[in-house]
Design a protein. Structure first.
Length: 101
C-alpha cells in the first residue's frame, strides 16, 4: 500500500500531549508505523560525557504514531489523503481542497 505520509510532509498532531502542534516529518519508521516530527514529542535523554561531546540532558524527538498525524493542506488545516490517477501517474491529493500534494 502506498504511504499517505512521507518524509518532508508538513503535519499536525491530532492527539496526545502535543495536540495541535505542527512540524515537518524528518524520518519515517514504516516497520513500526511511526514517524519522527521536528519539534514534536520531545523527550529529555541523559547522555554520558565522552572525549568528543559534552554530556548532560539532551532534548530528542521521539517517534509518534502515524494515526496521530494528519497532513496540512494549503489553508493550514488538517486533511486526509487520497490517491488518484493523474494521467499515468498515481498522485496523492488533499481530501479537503482536492489539490495534488
Amino acid at each position: 500500500m502506498a504511504a499517505k505520509l512521507r518524509k518532508g510532509d508538513k503535519v499536525v498532531v491530532l492527539a496526545g500531549k502535543d495536540k495541535g502542534k505542527q512540524g515537518e516529518i524528518t524520518q519515517m519508521l514504516p516497520s513500526k508505523g511511526k514517524a519522527i516530527v521536528d519539534g514534536v514529542n520531545i523527550a529529555i535523554r541523559h547522555q554520558r560525557q565522552s572525549q568528543t561531546s559534552q554530556g548532560g540532558r539532551v532534548p530528542t524527538a521521539v517517534p509518534i504514531d502515524l494515526s496521530n498525524l494528519a497532513i496540512v493542506d494549503k489553508n493550514g488545516k488538517a486533511t486526509r489523503v487520497g490517491f488518484r490517477m493523474d494521467g499515468d501517474k498515481k498522485v496523492r491529493f488533499a481530501k479537503t481542497t482536492g489539490d495534488v500534494i
